[in-house]
Design a protein around this ligand. Structure first.
Ligand code: HEC
Length: 127
């Protein structure tokens, strides 16, 4: 886990000197994603009231944070390329969900696609 975090942080950071900052910001973003993801899942499952504006805000956070990670990945190693593609996929899947927020039943399916991205990246990089 530590080693993986360091690996990903180095990919995200411009240099080893900024890797510590990258690790902190990665963790902070991930924690926000967890809370936001749970809030969105509760909403579309009817456990909490559906709030389209809040759902859109959450999806926009996934999109913007993913874009931020993609921009920060400058290396062209296989690992960097893979991570960039994973964030790009999360971004695209979040945009697909954003397009149907008026239909909660459709958002539900698209949210599970989003969560599959979380899980598949963690299986490789955060296990
Ligand atoms: C492209 C890869 C990638 C994607 C996509 C991804 N994560 Fe992560 N996530 C990581 C890595 C790497 C760590 C390990 C950080 C660490 O070791 O603390 C992590 C850690 C976490 C953690 C633990 C943070 C902590 O407290 O240390 C949570 C919670 C989390 N992710 C939630 C999510 C959610 C929710 C999503 C989807 C919306 C998501 N992640 C998508 C790479 C990813």
């Amino acid at each position: 886990m530590r080693l993986r975090l360091l690996t990903v942080s180095l990919v995200l950071a411009a240099s080893a000197a900024t890797a510590a900052y990258a690790a902190t910001s990665l963790k902070t973003t991930m924690k926000t994603w967890k809370a936001n993801g749970a809030a969105a899942a509760d909403m579309v499952s009817g456990r909490t009231a559906f709030n389209e504006a809040e759902l859109r805000r959450i999806l926009e956070t996934f999109i913007n944070d993913s874009k931020g990670f993609e921009t920060r990945i400058k290396a062209s190693t296989a690992e960097a390329t893979d991570l960039k593609a994973r964030f790009a996929k999360l971004e695209a899947d979040s945009a697909a969900a954003l397009a149907v927020t008026a239909q909660p039943s459709q958002v539900k399916g698209r949210l599970s696609t989003i969560f599959n991205n979380c899980k598949s990246c963690h299986d490789v990089y955060a296990n």
